[in-house]
Design a protein around this ligand. Structure first.
Ligand code: GUN
Length: 284
């Protein structure tokens, strides 16, 4: 029997814990604060930001969203980051990626104070992650949420073979580091891989983050593998679907995440968790 990893249910459980921690902070007169900066009106990004804002409100986190026109200058953007860096009511700062062409996204991420870097994109935090240094420090929310999903399966992971398809700074690279830190044997595949399917077929844990609709088919998956689909793709009918052909792969997999209802809800729940983490670390 294949386990369908229910991201909505796991997110509900994580959000309930976060809400309790927010309530405990409230007893000390503390409200965690999250600042979200979004540039332009990309529909997908706007939906993500709206969902983040809504979830923060439900959990008692104070969330402020600042929307800039796509013509905003780099200087104005850096000024907004500096303002939130100095604002004692803000614990976490998130700049929605991607920024429109012409803006230097890396420079903006680097300007976020590392102790407010709720995405874990600052080089100080990624450096700690890649060095497997002692925490605590924030980690990119999607891969961190995936680790929570993997742990929910209560299967030993050390020594297992993991293949991560995709090497982005937001998902693939931090995912590989987290899996390596959890003692898996990790391969990172990407568009230059010579025989991608031979690689994915060796994976006990397969994480796919490419943005290519239904890239992974049944024949590409080892029977019994744990398959994590980070894709948020639109099929020909405009329906949300993943990088994994769920209907074909789920009979082969041991456990698999659906799209929607898999990784997506856990990313937002992890963002909320890390906002409260940053607040607690600061208030200690
Ligand atoms: N765009 C897609 N995923 C993310 C994320 O986790 N954080 C930010 N800031 N932007 C994103």
């Amino acid at each position: 029997m294949t386990t369908i990893i229910d991201g909505r249910q796991l997110a509900r459980e994580l959000n309930a814990k976060t809400q309790q921690r927010v309530a405990q902070l409230a007893q000390r007169g503390i409200t965690p604060g999250l600042a979200v900066i979004i540039v332009g009106t990309d529909p997908a990004s706007s939906i993500y930001v709206r969902n983040k804002h809504k979830k923060a409100g439900q959990l008692g986190i104070r969330s402020v969203v600042r929307t800039f026109s796509p013509t905003v200058s780099q200087t104005e953007l850096l000024a907004a980051v500096a303002e939130y860096n100095a604002d004692p009511t803000i614990d976490g700062i998130l700049v929605q990626s991607p920024l429109p062409a012409g803006l230097d996204e890396r420079a903006v991420f680097d300007a976020i104070a590392p102790e407010k870097d709720v995405d874990g994109f600052h080089p100080l935090n990624t450096g700690k992650l890649f060095g497997n240094l002692p925490g605590p420090y924030p980690v990119s929310c999607t891969p961190q949420g995936i680790m929570t999903m993997l742990k929910s399966l209560h299967q030993p992971l050390a020594g297992k073979r993991a293949v991560v398809v995709g090497r982005s700074n937001i998902v693939g690279r931090p995912m590989a580091a987290l899996l390596l830190n959890a003692n898996l044997v990790v391969t990172v595949a990407h568009r230059y891989a010579q025989d991608l399917r031979a690689l994915t077929k060796t994976a006990d844990v397969l994480v796919v983050a490419t943005g290519i609709t239904h890239l992974i088919k049944a024949a590409d998956v080892k029977p019994g593998a744990i398959v994590i689909d980070v894709g948020m793709d639109r099929d020909a009918q405009g329906k949300l679907t993943g990088d994994v052909d769920f209907d074909a792969v789920s009979p082969v997999a041991g456990a698999i995440t659906p799209v929607p209802g898999g990784v997506g809800p856990m990313t937002i729940a992890t963002l909320m968790q890390q906002t409260v983490d940053l607040c607690e670390w600061r208030e200690q």
